[in-house]
Design a protein around this ligand. Structure first.
Ligand code: MG
Length: 339
């Protein structure tokens, strides 16, 4: 019989302690964050952070539907979402918190799968899970599980998403639209069959070599909700510059293009969970591209445009046939519960 989460698993007593001892500590107890770590089960954890540099702190809640999707699950997403927000600020991730709100009746096997995915990412990146929280909601009050992760990282000097200057080149680390389109295809209502998988992946190992080139990366952002269109518009607005993009230079998988035409949703408006936009010194652009392409996640990295002053705060798309149009900020991601 399937073992399931009960109200007692979130009630702060013996049953919850047993759950943590069985599911959490074996997966996350091996990488202590500091003198008082997760293993201590104290009210908080201490962190041994490097003394030099700027501390970057971020948080993200994950409500993705379905919980298990092609290419990943909510556990992998919860680790990557927060690690990537640190990475695109130029920060090496050090520690995460993990808060789980679980629906009563949730299968413990599924919870273990989710935690295994999360642990695989923390191992790959070398980041501690320093503290956490578990709550259980009555069946029907919640759709399965919500995971909230906060993260702390340290950057030599944090990189903002508004640091670009006129003349800079715009790079993307790989194909666009994979996560959003894979999630859409995975939702039964569309009855679509495709081999497309989410790109959900931790970006720190890919980005670290580019950050080792001092002063070369001027701005970075991960194009998550709202996709490439939202991220580029936000960057242009905040920096008061114009971003000129060549549509044909953007790497897009043929499966993504096919689904996008079928569903009438632009691949540039949907979330990515394993991609970054880098805005770099034009003289060093090729060097950054070479560094990105040496990592498996960066094989399709490409230069897609440049920064100028033509329309401050706007993104201009040069279409394949020589036309030009504005790429507008989407009203919101067309896909709900995407991350
Ligand atoms: Mg972000």
């Amino acid at each position: 019989m399937t073992e399931r989460i009960t109200a007692l698993h979130g009630a702060g007593g013996e049953v919850m302690d047993q759950l943590l001892a069985r599911l959490i500590l074996p997966r996350f107890g091996g990488r202590p964050s500091g003198r008082i770590s997760l293993l201590a089960g104290d009210d908080g954890a201490t962190l041994d952070l490097p003394r030099d540099g700027e501390i970057v702190f971020t948080t993200d809640s994950h409500v993705v539907k379905p919980i298990f999707f092609p290419g990943g699950d909510i556990g992998r997403l919860a680790a990557c979402g927060t690690i990537n927000d640190l990475a695109v600020m130029g920060a090496k991730p050090y520690a995460l918190s993990l808060a789980a709100v679980i629906e009563e009746g949730f299968a413990i096997d599924d919870l273990e799968r989710i935690l295994d995915s999360l642990a695989a990412v923390t191992e790959e990146v070398g980041v501690s899970v320093a503290c956490g929280d578990t709550k259980v909601m009555p069946s029907g009050d919640l759709d399965g599980i919500i995971l909230t992760t906060s993260g702390i990282g340290v950057a030599r000097r944090a990189i903002s998403d508004a640091g670009m200057i006129v003349g800079d080149r715009v790079l993307i680390t790989g194909t666009i639209g994979d996560h959003g389109m894979a999630l859409l295809a995975a939702r039964n209502e569309f009855h679509l069959s495709t081999r497309l998988e989410s790109d959900v992946a931790p970006l720190w190992p890919l980005l670290a070599p580019a950050l080792d080139l001092p002063g070369v990366v001027h701005a970075m952002k991960d194009p998550t909700r709202g996709g490439l269109a939202a991220a580029l518009n936000e960057m242009a607005r905040k920096s008061g510059t114009c971003i000129q993009i060549s549509e044909s230079a953007i790497p897009v998988r043929s499966e993504v293009l096919g689904l996008s035409e079928l569903l009438g949703i632009s691949p540039f408006d949907v979330a990515n969970e394993g991609k970054a936009i880098l805005v770099v010194d034009p003289a060093r652009s090729q060097e950054v591209l070479d560094a990105l392409r040496r990592h498996p996640l960066g094989l399709a990295a490409a230069e897609i445009g440049f920064v100028d002053r033509e329309y401050p705060g706007r993104v201009v798309f040069e279409t394949g046939v020589g036309g030009r149009r504005f790429l507008d900020m989407p009203l919101g991601d067309p896909v709900p519960r995407i991350c």
